[in-house]
Design a protein around this ligand. Sequence first.
Ligand SMILES: Nc1nc2c(ncn2[C@@H]2O[C@H](COP(=O)(O)OP(=O)(O)OP(=O)(O)O)[C@@H](O)[C@H]2O)c(=O)[nH]1
Length: 572
Amino acid sequence: MSLKTRILGLAALLIIAAGTASWLAYRALSEDIIERWGQQVAEIQVRYDSARLLQSLEREIGLARQMARSSTLIQWAQSPEDPALENQAIRQMESFRSNFRDNSYFVALRSNGHYYYNNASNDYAGDQFRYVLSPDKPDDAWFFQLIEEGRDFHLNVNPDTELGVTKLWIDVLMRDADNNIVGMVGTGLNLDDFLQDIVDIGQDGITTLFVDYNGAIQLYRDRNYIDFATIIKPEGQKNTVDLLFDDPQDKQQILGMLQMLKQRNGEDGAVESGFVSVDGRKHLAGVAFLPAIGWFEITLLDLNTLIPRSYLWPLVAVFLVSLLVTLVLFHQIIQSRILRPVISLEEAVHRLRDGRFDLPYLPKPDNEIGRLVDHFEKMSHSLQDTTRELEQKVAHRTEELQRLARVDALTGLKNRRGLDEVMNEEIQRAEREQKGFGLLWLDIDYFKAINDSQGHQAGDEILCRVALWLKAAIRPYDHPGRWGGDEFVVLLSPCDAATLEQIACRIRASVEQESQRTGTSVTISVGGYFCRPGEDLDALLRNADQALYEAKRNGRNRVCIRTAAGEAIHPA
Ligand SMILES: Nc1nc2c(ncn2[C@@H]2O[C@H](COP(=O)(O)OP(=O)(O)OP(=O)(O)O)[C@@H](O)[C@H]2O)c(=O)[nH]1
C-alpha cells in the first residue's frame, strides 16, 4: 500500500472517528439543550395557560360569589314561599344574568330544592323556575353532594339533562348570617366554546388539559376523556389523567407530580416537569396547581413537533460538507507538503542509484522533508563532484598505466610492446604513403662478460648509459626502444637507405667513444634494414635480426645494413 493511500486512509479514519465523536457529543448536547429549552417552554406554557384559564374564569367566579352574597337572594332562600321576595330575587338574578359572560345563571334553593335558570336568549323569562331537585335523581346528586361536603366553591363539568346543555358550571354555596347553607348559585360556560378558547387552541405540538384535585380530567380537547359529573362518581370510576399515558412509570410520575404540587399548595407558581410518552411519542409534561379553582393544569409538549429533527439537517449538511472540505484540504496539504516531495525524492534516489545525476525538479516544503531534500541535493552534488574527480583520476591513472605498459622500466625507452605499436603504425603509414622507413637492431657485445665480471648492477648501469647515448645519437623524431636483454631497436622515419646507414654508424661510434670515457669500454653491433611499403612486421624484424647477426658474425662492433634484395652492406 502506498504512503499516500496510508496517510489518506489514516486521515479519513481519524476524521471519521473525530466526526462520529463530535456528532455524538453534538447530539447529546443538542438533546440536552432541547430538553432544557423544553422545560423552560413547558413552565412558561403552563403559567400562560393557567393565566388564560384563570383570567377567563376569575370574573365569572367573582360575580358568582357576589351573587351568592346577595342579601335579596339569601333572604328569599330563607323564605322561598314569599312571592314578593321571589319577585325581587328574580329581578336580582336577571341583573346578574346580563353580567355573566354566558348570560345565564342558576339558583337552587336548599329548603325546597327549586331550581331556577335562564339563558342568554332569555328563553325562560317569567318562567325561571325550571324543576325541583330530588335526592333520588342521580342527575341531581351534584347539588346534594356539594351541600353535604360544604364546599363553598366548585367547578363542575356536567351535562344538565333537564336543560339539555353541557357546561362548565361555577357553583357557589349561599349561606345565611349563621353560616347555614341556604342554596347554591352560579353560572355555566358553554363547554364547547370554552374548550375551543382555552384548551384546544390549535398550537401544533402543545396539548393543554385541566384535572381536578383528584386527577379527574375536567377540560381536554377530546371530550371522551372528560370526567363529567366527577363529584358524584366513586373513586376508581373516574377518568383520571393517568388514562392518557401507556407507561405505568409515566402514570406514576404524573400522579407523583400532582401529589408534590398539592403539598406545596401552588406556592410561587411552582411548576413540575418531566418526560412522558403519549401515543408512542416522547412529550415533556409541565404541571401546575391552581389553588384558586383547586385544579391542576397540565401541558404536554411534543418536542419532535416543536423542534423536528429535520431542523438539524442543515447542521448535518454543514457538518458533512465541513468534513469533506477538511479531507480535501488535508489531502492538498499532505500532497504538497509531504507526498509530492517524497515521491520526487524517491525518483531522484532511484536515478542516483543508477548513476544518473540528472535529477528531477525537487520541491522543498518548509519542513523536515524540505530540509531532507536540501541535504539530499547537496549530497548528490558532492557525490557528483567526487565521482567526476575519481573518473578523472582513473583516466589519468589508466593513461599512465598504458604509458608505463609501453615503457621499459630500466632505461625509460619504449619496451617491446611500445615498439610493436610504432612499428605497426609505421608499416601502415609506409603503405599508405608509399614511403619506406628504417629499422636498427642493436646488441651490446659480450655483455654477459660485463655482467659476470662487474655484476648485474653494473650491467644495468651500462644498459642505461647505452640508452642515453642512443637517444643522443638519433633525431628527435626517431623512436628508440629496448627490445629485451641487451638488445635495442630504433625506428627511423622518415628515412632512406643512406640516412639509415649514417645514423647506425653514428650510434655505434657514439657508444664506443662515450663508453671509453666512463672507464668501462662497451661496443655494440648494429643491424639495419630499410623497409619498403607492403612489407610486414615479421619480414621487418627478421631482416633486421639477420643484419645484426651478420654484424656479430663479422666480428662485432660494426654495422651491417641489409637491403631488400637480401644483400648485406658493411659500411666502414
Ligand atoms: N645486467 C643485466 N644483464 C642482462 C639483462 N638482460 C639480459 N642480461 C644479460 O645479458 C647477457 C646477454 O648476453 P648475450 O647477448 O646472449 O651474449 P653476449 O655476452 O652479449 O655476447 P654477444 O651478444 O654474442 O656479443 C646475458 O648474460 C643476460 O643474462 C639486464 O636487464 N641486466
